[in-house]
Design a protein around this ligand. Sequence first.
Ligand SMILES: [Zn+2]
Length: 320
Amino acid sequence: MRLTQKTRTGLVLALSLVLVLSFAVFAEEQVVEDRYDQIFDAAQDQGRLTARFLKLTTRSDEKSGDSTILTSPDGKVMVIDAGNPSTYVDVDRALKALGITRIDYLVASHPHVDHIGSFAQLIRNYEVGAVYTSEVVYPTSHYKNYMAAIEQTNTPHIILKDGDSFMFGEHVLVEVLHPLPGVEYYDGYPNSSTQFINNLSVVMKLTFNESTFLFAGDLYTDGERSVVERHGERLRADILKVPHHGDSTSSSKRFREAVQAKVGVMMHDAIADLNVYKKYRREETMVYISSIDGSVLVSTTGDGEYIVMTQYDRTTTFLD
Ligand SMILES: [Zn+2]
């Protein structure tokens, strides 16, 4: 078929119109409900242990990192990790939405910037009961900043190690399963220390009657092996903060089998590794990813049953 200039122009116009219209339909389908206000409504927390895994948005060239806000059945507040410094606005917004002015337990899983970046700001702007860290010392500016904030505000600093336990409010037991006491620094530390530091992440298990949560920091497979060898079945937990943002450096078979999580949460700017996600899914672990599902609320009365609420419904199918 030969087209005249006029019909060609007509065709191009028609095609453009189709494209514009289909984009409009596509855009309309992409409008998803945002349940931020429901997730950060503290009215639902009474008598429940609730974990809110935050969707952080980085505003720097560092990855956003992890932050989880926990509230105990009797209203105590624990924050485990707090993103890179540019995500402070996200953590602060969530705390304010919940009406929180005091953080009873501020826990650093390990001193990398995507976990402790907002600590100095939190310590200066909130009343903090105590800061809990491993004994690992990490001479970077972010680490020094928050250590200075601890000192200047006279905030108690408590070192956690394997075998420690404490109560989070009256009803929730916290057991520290890692790291072992007595960090041995190698010559040249902290050069090339990413893996070394990640493997010394604080691992904590929270137990509220029949309900269990495991927080595994950025543990790599070496650290996982160590913690599985020492604790075995004690790692069993319904809800898992998946180690190292769901990356393939972590979540070994032995670790997954020891935990047997019903729900895993990965906090990441994208998806660290689709294979890791699929491995959990094949083992019947429901996995949420902050980049897709937004902030995630997991809440329980201690009976081993959980309410899970995500900020967004999934509009993608590639994770099915
Ligand atoms: Zn990290």
